[in-house]
Each structure stands twice: as structure tokens, then as C-alpha cells.
Design a protein around this ligand. Structure first.
Ligand code: GTP
Ligand code: MG
Length: 428
């Protein structure tokens, strides 16, 4: 972040009372800003400043008096309003989207997350750069060229578009690679489970509860945020990169993937920049939708509705999880709200471990049906090697060794089909 300092004043305008600044303050904190005060206003959007002139004058005075570096506006500001406001208050003005982008940029660790953040930033910057170019052109250079656009502005737009296209292409390639990786994982006998839900709901904490001690992580993440620092910090968007760990659920070998949390009021183009992390959820065999039980029932309703819309075209079964029961107070109505929208939730406390066994049971039921076949192979080196392969790709039961080895094998249908194909190779 290229700001001078981190002292922030929060400003929020709304047409409805009360004007709630809880979330924008939490976002500021996540961005490392020190919020020294707030100015809220109930009124329609002002065409020049977003806020009314009186509020702007007051904010200007506070910026001066309290040495504020940044005015954080809880709204998406169009380029014109942002410019006017910045001129008026003499501080950096950051809108909600920019703030979220700053947090994303700071958290992004994998190549994918960095590309996604950069893509989102370019999409955010393009209209603002255009507005700036227009302001520059309208002051003094008007009439320089008759008709058409100023060459500089046109060139700038073309550059942005080119960079955006380039990033999209790179991300598409990563997507393809991800799809291939998911196929390979399924063929290796893993069921794929994703954790989705709003930021701060407890997804990563729950993932740690469910995961086997032994973790496999092939996600080029340099430092594993799941281990010693894992006493989960209460910051939003703690998880920006998807992280995958192994778990065992009812004999199913499972890969659990954590995803970036949803947040309200983000423009759609920003959410779509992070579509690849959502792909992990959409294409999983089961999705744990983690819901923060400390929210009030109405907030829970709104969040579950949004989450379901994001996951609308998913392939797998959805398992709702109402987490943080240790802090949530009365649960009946909250549970009812979730049950109405998404089915009866499993109630958990990820920090205390309560409900985790029940969650494993529900997850076991949600995973794809497994097939079972009876197999017989020669009791030879090749036969024994095949049995080890079966252990690695599914569940081996009722094994008997004699002249031949016979056993029951259970696994994902594609794995069972492959196993049957391989027994055919033993001839006879
Ligand atoms: N009291 C209580 N706190 C919890 C519980 N589960 C998680 N938390 C806390 O909630 C905060 C957020 O937990 P995370 O697991 O990081 O949440 P997340 O959903 O992964 O958040 P993002 O990565 O930002 O999307 C942390 O401070 C956790 O310790 C719970 O069951 N009870
Ligand atoms: Mg997380």
C-alpha cells in the first residue's frame, strides 16, 4: 500500500438508519489502518461529493485537526466523486473496493492469487485512469485535435485492455491445470470437499479440525499458514489462497480445500476476478457451507442466500455448518433460518471441537456413493503390488491370501473401474 500513514477516518452515508460501520471498521483493521473516528450521514447520494457539504466540511476539519492520513468511504465511489472528495478533504480517499483490494494484495501469496488481485486492480483502475486523462485533456488541450479521442487516452485504454487480456489468459491456463489436477485427484481415489462461506466464519479453523495430521500441500504456498500461527487471527480474508489438506472421513480419502471468504457489497467484477477459488467449491463432491452463528438471524439469512447464489451451479452436495456455537447464545431461530434455506445445519464449535464428529458423519453421507467389487489376483509380486495400489486408491476389505489373493475393493466408481481393468491384465 502506497499511503503516507495509517490513521483513518471512516465515512459512511446511507439512506437508511442506523448507519452501521462495524464491517468497514473490521476491514480497516484488516488493512492495518488505525481508525480514529467516523462520520456517518443519512441522506441520498450527493452528486459532487457523495456526502453533503456540511459533512464534507466537518470531515475536512477533522482530517486537519486529528492528522488523518486516509478517509475511508464505505461505498463504491465513482472516479468523479472520489476526485472531488480528495480535493476537498486533503487526504487520501479510499473507497470500500479499494480497501478490499489493498487487503487482497497484501494477503496474496500464490501465483494465482497475485494474478487475480492484479486483474481486479486493473479493472478498478481503468475507469479512474480514463477519468484522470479526461480531466487532463479538458484543462487546456481542448480543440487540439478535431474529432475522435486524444491519442494518449486511447493508447492508455488499449494498454490496460491488453494487460487485462494477458492476465485473463494466464488465469485460464491455471484453471485448466486445476481442472486436470482435480481429475487426477479423483482418479487417485480422493473425494474432493471444499469449505465455503463468509469471511471470518471459521472455515480455516474447521479445516484444521477435520484434516489429518499429515498434510499434503502442493499449492506453492511458501509458508504454511495452517500450522504454528494457526491460532487464527480475527482478520478478514485471512485465507486468500486456496489451501488443500488431507482428511479421512468414514474410510473415504478426502482432500479438503479452503476457499476465500465471501464479503458483502463487493462489485460483481471483483468477485468474478476470484472465480478460480470458487471453482474449487463449485466442482467439489461436497461443499461445507460454514456460517457464523454469532450473527443475528437476519444477517444469517442474507449471508446464506448470497452464498447459495454464488454456489448455485455447484456439482456436489451442500452441507450447512453453523459454527461458533460456543459464542452464539440461543440457536433455535438461527438454526431454523439455515434449515429453511439450505437444510438442517450441523452445529459446531471449531475452536472447541464440539460437533466435529457429527460433521464428519454428515460429510460421510454427503460424499459420492462408493462401488464395491470382489477381486482375485495371483499371489505374486505383481498381485501384491496391485493390492498396495488398491490400498492407496480406496478401501480393501476381507482380504484372504492363498494361492491367489481375494478381497473386496471399495472406491470411487472411476477407481473401481480402473481396478477391474487391471485385474483383467493378470490374464487367465
Ligand atoms: N468462538 C469461536 N471462534 C471461532 C470459532 N471458529 C473460528 N473462530 C474464530 O473466528 C476467527 C476466524 O476464523 P477463521 O477460521 O480464520 O475464519 P475463515 O472463515 O477461514 O476466514 P477467512 O479466511 O477470512 O475467510 C478466528 O479468530 C477464529 O479463532 C468457533 O467455533 N468459536
Ligand atoms: Mg480462512
Amino acid at each position: 500500500m502506497s499511503r503516507r500513514g495509517n490513521t483513518a477516518l471512516v465515512a459512511k452515508r446511507s439512506t437508511d438508519r442506523p448507519v452501521d460501520t462495524t464491517e468497514i471498521r473490521a476491514l480497516c483493521e484488516s488493512a492495518g489502518l488505525d481508525v480514529v473516528g467516523e462520520r456517518t450521514q443519512v441522506r441520498p447520494r450527493d452528486p459532487t461529493y457523495d456526502f453533503g457539504e456540511g459533512a464534507v466540511a466537518e470531515m475536512t476539519e477533522r482530517v486537519e485537526r486529528e492528522d488523518v492520513d486516509v478517509l475511508v468511504v464505505d461505498d463504491e465511489l465513482d472516479p468523479g466523486r472520489a476526485f472531488h472528495l480528495e480535493e476537498a478533504v486533503s487526504a487520501d480517499v479510499i473507497d470500500r473496493t479499494r480497501l478490499v483490494l489493498d487487503i487482497f494484495a497484501e494477503r496474496a501469496e500464490t501465483k494465482r492469487a497475485r494474478l487475480e488481485v492484479r486483474l481486479a486492480e486493473l479493472k478498478y483502475e481503468l475507469p479512474r485512469a480514463e477519468a484522470k486523462a479526461r480531466r487532463g485533456e479538458s484543462s487546456g488541450r481542448r480543440g487540439f485535435k478535431s474529432g475522435g479521442e486524444e491519442p494518449q487516452a486511447a493508447q492508455m485504454r488499449a494498454d490496460y485492455k491488453q494487460r487485462i487480456k494477458h492476465l485473463r489468459d494466464e488465469l485460464d491456463q491455471l484453471d485448466d491445470a486445476d481442472g486436470d489436477l482435480r481429475d487426477a485427484r479423483r482418479e487417485s481415489g480422493f473425494d474432493l470437499v471444499a469449505l465455503a462461506g463468509y469471511t471470518n466464519a471459521g472455515k480455516s479453523t474447521l479445516l484444521r479440525r477435520l484434516a489429518d495430521d499429515l498434510s499434503v500441500e502442493e499449492n506453492a504456498v511458501q509458508h504454511d499458514d495452517l500450522d504454528d500461527t494457526a491460532a487464527s487471527r480475527d482478520r478478514l480474508f485471512e485465507t486468500l489462497d486456496t489451501t488443500t489438506r488431507r482428511a479421512t472421513v468414514d474410510d473415504h480419502r478426502v482432500l479438503l480445500t479452503d476457499t476465500v471468504g465471501f464479503v458483502d457489497d463487493l462489485p460483481h467484477w471483483l468477485v468474478s476476478s476470484f472465480r478460480t477459488t470458487l471453482a474449487a467449491a463449485r466442482e467439489a463432491d461436497a461443499v461445507l457451507l460454514v456460517i457464523d452463528a454469532t450473527d443475528d438471524p437476519e444477517a444469517i439469512r442474507a449471508k446464506v442466500e448470497t452464498s447459495l447464489a454464488e454456489l448455485d451451479d455447484r456439482d456436489g452436495t451442500l452441507v450447512p455448518v453453523l459454527n461458533k456455537r460456543d459464542e452464539a447464545g440461543a440457536l433455535d431461530s438461527k438454526r431454523g433460518v439455515v434449515a429453511d434455506l439450505a437444510g438442517d445445519p450441523v452445529v459446531t464449535s471449531a475452536t472447541e471441537g464440539a460437533g466435529v464428529d457429527a460433521l464428519r458423519d454428515r460429510l460421510g453421507d454427503a460424499l459420492p456413493e462408493r462401488e464395491r467389487v470382489e477381486l482375485t489376483v495371483p499371489n505374486s509380486d505383481a498381485g501384491n503390488a496391485f493390492v498396495s495400489w488398491c490400498h492407496d486408491h480406496g478401501t480393501v476389505r476381507e482380504i484372504e491370501y492363498g494361492d491367489a489373493i481375494s478381497f473386496a475393493f471399495e472406491g470411487r466408481p472411476e477407481v473401481v473401474a480402473k481396478a477391474e481393468g487391471r485385474t483383467a491384465d493378470f490374464g487367465e
